[in-house]
Write a protein that binds this ligand. Structure first.
Ligand SMILES: [Zn+2]
Length: 132
């Protein structure tokens, strides 16, 4: 397993993480199989900097647009403003899509770091991020 995205899309999600700082940014990645074709920035409806959530209405709207464009939801990203790019216990509990890649953008220490994980039944497995 891996996830592939264009450099411009990677820069888009890092830019979103920076814009949301000190809060958490979150969004969806649409595409086919493991190839991202479009980034959907979402509004974080969660409180504070340690959680993220997307309203059901926004989720439905985004997945409807993906289907209309012939894409699937293949990934979910969010930022960690002040912590390592590794899923928190809450991230693991909230990961309900075993077929999705979970990207985490860490802004800890200045230079952004992006890592991707598959999360299924409480188990976390890191996967490579291929930037084309
Ligand atoms: Zn997190």
């Amino acid at each position: 397993m891996s996830i592939s995205l264009k450099r411009s899309d990677l820069e888009d999600i890092i830019g979103h993480a920076r814009k949301a700082f000190p809060g958490e940014a979150c969004g969806f990645l649409a595409g086919k199989e493991n190839m991202v074709s479009k980034v959907y920035r979402m509004v974080n409806a969660g409180q504070g900097t340690m959680s993220y959530s997307v309203s059901i209405k926004d989720q439905l709207e985004a997945t409807r647009r993906m289907r209309a464009e012939g894409d699937d939801m293949i990934g979910i990203y969010h930022s960690h403003p002040d912590s390592r790019p590794y899923p928190s216990s809450k991230d693991i509990r909230m990961a309900l899509h075993p077929g999705c890649s979970y990207l985490i953008i860490s802004l800890m220490g200045g230079a952004p770091e992006v890592r991707s994980f598959r999360i299924a039944a409480g188990l976390v497995k890191e996967e490579p991020v291929d930037v084309a």
